[in-house]
Design a protein. Structure first.
Length: 141
C-alpha cells in the first residue's frame, strides 16, 4: 500500500512520543512510504522546538536532525505538487504546508497518514476525507 506520511508521524520515528509504536509499525509493513521534501524542514523545526522546550538535549537534537535524510521514505519534489497544494489550501482553508502532503497523496494514489487530528478532522467531511487517516486509525484497521 502506498502511504504518504507527514512530519507528525515521522518525528515519532526519532523521538519517543505518544503513538511512536504505531508510527514504528508503519516501518514493519510492506508499505511504500512517501514524503515531500518539505517534511525534512518540518521535522527539523519540531526537533528545534523540543530542544527549546527542554524535551530533548541540544546535542541529541542535532544528531536526530542528521538522521532525517535517512528516513525510510521515498522523497518527492515539492514543486510538482505546489500548485495543487495551494488550490487545496484555498478550498479547504487549511495551511499550504499541510496540503502539500494531501496533494502528494492525490498525485500518487496514496493514503495520507497523519497524527494531526485537527487536519484529519477538517478534511474528513470533504471530498478528500477518504484520502486522509490518522495514524491511530490506520494502525487499528
Amino acid at each position: 500500500m502506498r502511504l504518504v506520511v507527514d512530519a507528525s508521524v515521522a518525528v515519532k520515528w526519532l523521538v519517543e512520543e505518544e503513538h511512536s509504536g504505531a508510527a514504528d509499525s508503519l516501518l514493519e509493513g510492506s508499505h511504500e512510504l512517501f514524503a515531500p521534501r518539505l517534511m525534512a524542514s518540518e521535522v527539523g523545526n519540531t526537533l528545534w522546538r523540543k530542544v527549546r522546550l527542554g524535551e530533548i538535549e541540544r546535542s541529541r537534537g542535532g544528531a536526530l536532525a542528521a538522521a532525517i535524510s535517512e528516513m525510510p521514505v521515498r522523497w518527492t519534489e515539492d514543486e510538482g505538487v505546489c500548485a495543487d497544494a495551494v488550490r487545496l489550501s484555498l478550498a479547504l482553508d487549511r495551511p499550504v504546508y499541510d496540503c502539500v502532503y494531501l496533494a502528494l497523496a492525490h498525485r500518487i494514489g496514496a493514503t495520507l497518514v497523519t497524527s494531526d487530528a485537527r487536519f484529519a478532522n477538517a478534511v474528513a467531511e470533504t471530498e478528500h476525507g477518504g484520502v486522509v487517516t490518522t495514524l491511530e486509525r490506520f494502525v487499528a484497521d
